[in-house]
Design a protein around this ligand. Structure first.
Ligand code: ADP
Length: 241
């Protein structure tokens, strides 16, 4: 579904944020990018939907180079959820969720029923919540809306950048459970950035552990725990010494 071939990113100031990354993400996979702050996770994620241009290498989505896509086609097919709740404050919840479906020129009726379906999916009563504004929701509820907004127009891929890290531990755990549940219902390809190993172990089919712009190990949670590639991995996953 998504392939990195010798992908590097050097910023204008010389920082080599991503250094020759090579991996493939399968369709339907829950793929976690993890590593210490500054190791290049967000940069890797943002290169996938061309928010950041690459300096070397190629990224393929569905076998096609991302540079060959029309930018809207690429982005509309990749829902994006941010750490900081990024709902439009002056729009109702319904309007927030409707942005991409409207760009795609869905009919009003289709959009309305999609909003109902999505709110129900995450346990927010549609007839109450669709008319509310973001400030009338708790942090956890807003983040839930952030997740379903990314799903609204039924993209194949969802990019999530530390979506739960601003939440209190209880809301966070609840949203992780919701995401597992949601994921079983929708079976999307999800690329999830976090620095929290417990979160990665709980959610990921496979985990890509990065250090200083490079991939250190790629494997299932079980493989990282039982067969760490080196001491860095061992310490990071906190497995047996
Ligand atoms: P992570 O998401 O793992 O915390 P990032 O991908 O955000 O890491 O950043 C990787 C490295 O690139 C860091 O050293 C960061 O300071 C640097 N970096 C990120 N964005 C820029 C930028 N726009 N210009 C220069 N350096 C940047």
């Amino acid at each position: 579904m998504i392939t990195f071939e010798h992908v590097s990113k050097q910023f204008e100031d010389g920082t080599l944020a991503v250094d020759d990354m090579n991996f493939s993400i399968e369709k339907g996979e829950f793929f976690v990018l993890i590593g210490p702050s500054g190791c290049g996770k967000t940069t890797s994620l943002k290169m996938m939907n061309r928010l950041i241009p690459l300096t070397e290498g190629t990224i393929f989505v569905d076998g096609k180079r991302i540079s060959d896509y029309d930018i809207n086609e690429l982005r509309w097919n990749m829902g994006y959820v941010l750490q900081q709740i990024a709902l439009f404050p002056h729009m109702t919840i319904e309007e927030n969720i409707s942005v991409v479906p409207e760009l795609k020129q869905w009919s009003k009726g289709d959009i309305q029923s999609r909003v109902t379906e999505l709110l129900q999916m995450v346990g927010l009563h549609p007839e109450t919540y669709r008319y509310r504004y973001p400030h009338e929701l708790s942090g956890g509820e807003q983040q839930r809306v952030g997740v379903i907004r990314a799903l609204a127009a039924d993209p194949d891929v969802i990019l999530m950048d530390e979506p739960f890290s601003a939440l209190d531990p209880i809301s966070r755990e609840k949203l992780q459970d919701d995401l597992i549940e949601l994921r079983n219902q929708i079976n999307k390809t999800i690329i999830f950035v976090t620095h929290d190993i417990e979160e990665a172990m709980k959610l990921g089919d496979r985990i890509c552990l990065m250090q200083e712009g490079q991939m250190v190990q790629l494997g299932t949670p079980h493989e990282l725990l039982t067969d760490p590639a080196n001491d860095f991995v061992r310490q990071f996953v906190g497995g047996p010494e």
